[in-house]
Design a protein around this ligand. Structure first.
Ligand code: HEC
Ligand code: HEC
Length: 371
């Protein structure tokens, strides 16, 4: 218990403490108390090695068990340039309930893996498993430098897991940080969803794996009978973000994948009133309404005083959202977790989007004047 609470003094605690969102932390601590008060079944302790989770058919050759399905979300999370591979395993004969297309329900025994490599070297593999009590188990395995074994990381995470540019290092998040992202919205599973696996992929999505030859998409899953109960509308029209332009679609998609797990209307941060998670209707209106010409609640430390709005159409450099995405100063940076290096491509994309919003506003204005 003491150890669990100590791990609250993670990067997240420092960020949120600095930024003054004490309520979230109290809520998180409260949550932990109630979880740890319940006697935990033995299975709650993750296996000591990655091998024991069952990812591989043969660990010596690292051959993945062929019954697991590879997938890749169209709007992946930026993790300082890590290359990722992901798999799902469903218990034989079981299905995923898609009747609420905004939040799939996975059968007990579902397992997910996400492998992180830098420069061709495996560094960590993250693991989620749905236990008999319905809770998800969170674990991370750190690969040895020779790539021969991957051991369970302490619940506090691991700093210095791999050197990055500028003297920074990759941190394997602690379990509380996993939960800050994964338990921040309607579904604990983030990248295996109707929008992320839609067969109609966004050609301008950033950092997306282009080669999909081994991955399953929503159509494959439905055809194989693995996702059941989806509303007919989702089957007929592949989900996509119906934005005003290709740039806007990619920008909203990027923020769905990198921000929406915290910034949504359901989770503990809903009172910030920033809604970057796309729901199934997905025309992006909530994200636009809560950013474009929307005043910031409270300027973050380090934010320039002229950034009055989250997004100032036509003025990316005066937009608070832009300043936060371009920063890795802990009290200012967004996202606050899971990244040490600015995502330059995202900065460029969001810059274009905000500049473009200014153009369309000017045009609308001219139109009105012309009448
Ligand atoms: C900064 C937020 C963040 C943190 C911290 C984080 N994740 Fe995730 N994780 C995501 C997002 C977003 C996705 C989906 C997008 C992707 O895979 O690129 C994801 C995907 C996954 C997946 C694949 C299944 C799924 O939900 O799509 C696994 C497994 C996973 N994470 C495990 C973990 C574990 C274990 C930890 C902690 C050791 C962790 N994650 C920490 C945001 C985070
Ligand atoms: C791990 C959760 C988490 C993720 C992921 C995250 N944020 Fe935040 N965000 C917060 C918290 C907590 C705050 C409030 C504290 C603060 O202002 O720093 C916040 C505040 C903000 C604010 C200020 C809102 C206002 O009006 O004051 C903006 C803008 C923002 N985030 C944008 C983003 C963007 C863009 C992304 C993705 C690139 C992102 N965030 C990802 C947790 C998160």
């Amino acid at each position: 218990m003491a150890m669990v609470l100590n791990t609250q003094r993670s990067k997240l605690a420092r960020c949120y403490g600095l930024a003054g969102v004490g309520g979230f932390l109290i809520l998180a601590v409260g949550l932990f108390k109630s979880v740890t008060a319940v006697p935990q079944p033995a299975i709650a302790i993750p296996p000591q090695t990655l091998q024991e989770t069952g990812l591989y058919a043969d660990f010596a050759t690292l051959r993945i068990d062929p019954s697991h399905l590879a997938f890749s979300p169209q709007y992946p999370l930026w993790s300082d340039g890590a290359i990722k591979r992901r798999w799902i395993s469903l218990p034989p004969g079981s299905t995923i309930d898609g009747s609420n297309p905004d939040s799939f329900v996975f059968p007990v025994g579902t397992k997910f893996w996400k492998e992180f490599s830098f420069n061709g070297q495996r560094v960590e593999t993250r693991y989620l498993e749905r236990r008999a009590d319905g809770q998800w188990l969170y674990a991370a395995y750190a690969w040895s430098a020779d790539g021969r074994e991957a051991q369970l990381v302490s619940p506090r995470g691991k700093r210095g897991a791999y050197p990055l540019a500028g003297g920074r290092t990759h941190t394997i998040p602690g379990v509380n940080d996993c939960k800050a992202c994964h338990q921040g919205g309607p579904s604990e599973v983030l990248g295996f969803s109707v929008l992320q696996l839609s067969p109609e992929r966004d050609p301008n999505a950033l950092h997306a794996e282009l080669k999909l030859d081994q991955g399953v998409d929503l159509k494959d899953l439905v055809d194989r009978g693995l996702v059941v109960g989806l509303p007919a509308s989702v089957l007929q029209t592949p989900p996509r973000i119906n934005a005003a332009s290709a740039t806007e679609r990619a920008a909203l998609g990027y923020m769905h994948g990198n921000c929406g797990h915290c910034h949504n209307a359901q989770g503990p941060l809903q009172n910030i009133g920033l809604f970057l998670r796309q729901s199934i209707e997905g025309n992006g209106q909530a994200a636009i309404a809560s950013t474009v010409s929307h005043a910031v609640r409270k300027p973050a430390p380090g934010q320039s005083p002229d950034a009055i709005n989250r997004v100032e159409p036509g003025y990316p450099e005066r937009s608070a959202l832009m300043q936060r995405v371009s920063s890795r100063y802990p009290a200012l940076q967004m996202p606050p977790l899971g990244t040490e290096l600015v995502d330059d491509e995202a900065v460029a994309l969001l810059y274009r989007w905000i500049a473009e919003r200014g153009e369309s506003r000017k045009e609308a204005h001219l139109h009105q004047e012309g009448r």
